[in-house]
Ligand binder design. Sequence first.
Ligand code: ATP
Length: 319
Amino acid sequence: MKKIGVLTSGGDAPGMNAAIRAVVRKSIYHGIEIYGIKNGFQGLIDGYIEKMNTGSVGDIIQRGGTILHSARSEEFKYDEGQQKGIEQMKKHGIEGLIVIGGDGSFRGAQKLTEKGYPCIGIPGTIDNDIAGTDFTIGFDTALNTVIEAIDKIRDTASSHERTFIIEVMGRDAGDLALWAGLADGAESILIPEKKDEFEEVIDRLKRGQERGKKHSIIILAEGVGDAFDYADKIKEKADLETRVTVLGHIQRGGSPSAADRVLASRLGAQAVELLLSDEAGKMAGIQNNKLVRHNIADVLEEKHTIDFNMYQLSKELSI
Ligand code: ATP
């Protein structure tokens, strides 16, 4: 393989730039020409392709977002769009592609691989919702952003003796809420994987009120439902007024944490190695701090799960 491409797709995540940098520099290290495809799969269809060099990725390791930009492409979900993408790669002589993104992006990568066009996936999403890897690029930074915000809310919660519901991102995964809750000593954590525990949360709030507890923090993963609806439910069931804060897109931005930069550098370099070793259709991941590879097809099949021991611990520590 002499020429390869790289793109970022789906939601942007801090650390994607560090991953692009690693892919570019590792390719050049191996004497491979590397092309950046802008705007994800849509840019691939549109031929938005540029050759990259060591300088193209200078001074980006510390920057959030993605210099290659990201986009969602409806057209690429269909055969015709994928064929257009393949034509563009053929035109540029690009023989393999590295896709940095979430599960949707991996579906696109898998389709190309099945059509004979080798792709490697790098998990990049703040949601940490990909099977076969302990962490995705962006999760640690988002977690730190959430914690910083909760610390601030905690100051006002204790000063005004209020209970806050803080809604965090994560799509259908509760990782961000769970880790943030444990890191911030939240009184209650509501995650999609344990939706049935709402009654227990109500009981805990009631017990807290009886003990004279004046303020508490409830972290709600977006996959559970709307924070304002939960505020109404809590009012109804526990006769407790709550304040709602939806953290929103602030969680996707910012300079990547050290952990995300290191993870992105390791996974970026490994993705190039996998592509050069003809390991088409693989995802570069990390498990128990060791680099691993899994078939993207298996990763998409398997459901990501949270660490239920951590969830249990969060309850034991918040009594
Ligand atoms: P995040 O988890 O951060 O949202 P994601 O990669 O899951 O990231 P999606 O919007 O689901 O984000 O997918 C990104 C892009 O991948 C889509 O816009 C589309 O171009 C492509 N894609 C998604 N699903 C498929 C599919 N089934 N076949 C081909 N391409 C797909």
